[in-house]
Design a protein around this ligand. Structure first.
Ligand code: AP5
Length: 217
């Protein structure tokens, strides 16, 4: 099954994609994670994306389309994928349709996680991640069991993203409302869009996604 999780910054896309990956063996394709890896490695893409991401703006479509096109063609994606953070513009959505058609693949569902703006800001401000294994946490909603130690791998380097601050969040939300939200009618018209309440707790959101996946399999 191939799905897209769509939602504003902090809506819970990454959290849910990781749960689905672990439970069902689908591949999480997070363009944000791919870009952060490129920035860390200092690749040409990373060098171009770094300041754009720190400002909370969108990286140019052509770069993103090439990145995802190469990744989606890899063998592991044949068992199903979850797109998390892509597409983010109508141009990216159209390019995705073309690349999937070329590869004989299609989308099963596009799932929108709807979360209030105040909750998005609270979620993003409290988020941190284990630098060693990538496990995500939240000061209030998902703290580590032992302070300063990752529950999953015992890593001690728990880091916060540079773009997770109130000022950059304003630009990220603007980018979502102006450039990403227009994708919703695009997928509604194709009969692929389902919207769910992303305000619910994490396990309730997972259950809602599983019900949608079950109904379309
Ligand atoms: P990206 O990494 O994709 O960031 P984003 O879309 O802003 O989304 P986030 O990762 O912030 O949020 P999320 O929805 O995954 O929430 P999470 O599950 O972590 O992109 C970063 C940047 O890269 C962009 O700004 C842009 O510059 C660039 N970029 C990436 N893709 C691009 C593209 N296609 N085109 C152009 N540019 C691109 O949850 C957040 C927190 O809330 C966590 O701490 C979590 O524990 C907690 N939480 C999750 N669910 C719940 C819940 N149900 N209840 C309570 N807490 C919850």
């Amino acid at each position: 099954m191939n799905i897209i999780l769509i939602g504003a910054p902090g809506a819970g896309k990454g959290t849910q994609a990781k749960i689905l990956e672990q439970k069902y063996g689908m591949v999480q394709l997070s363009t944000g994670d791919m870009l952060r890896a490129a920035v860390k490695a200092g690749t040409p893409l990373g060098l171009e994306a770094k300041s754009i991401m720190e400002a909370g703006k969108l990286v140019p479509d052509a770069l993103m389309v090439n990145l995802i096109k190469e990744r989606i063609a890899q063998a592991d994606c044949a068992k199903g994928f979850i797109l998390d953070g892509f597409p983010r513009t109508v141009a990216q959505a159209e390019a995705l349709d073309n690349m999937l058609a070329e590869q004989g693949k299609s989308l099963d569902k596009v799932i929108e996680l709807k979360v209030d703006e105040a909750a998005l800001i609270e979620r993003v401000s409290g988020r941190f991640t284990c630098a060693k294994c990538g496990e995500g946490y939240h000061d209030k909603f998902k703290p580590t069991q032992k302070a300063g130690l990752c529950d999953k791998c015992g890593g001690t380097e728990l880091s916060r993203r540079k773009d997770d601050n109130a000022e950059t969040m304003k630009t990220r939300l603007k980018a979502f409302n102006e450039q990403t939200a227009p994708i919703l009618p695009y997928y509604r018209q194709k009969g692929l869009l389902v919207s769910i309440d992303g305000m619910a707790n994490m396990s309730v959101v997972t259950k809602a996604i599983e019900e949608i996946m079950c109904a379309s399999s």
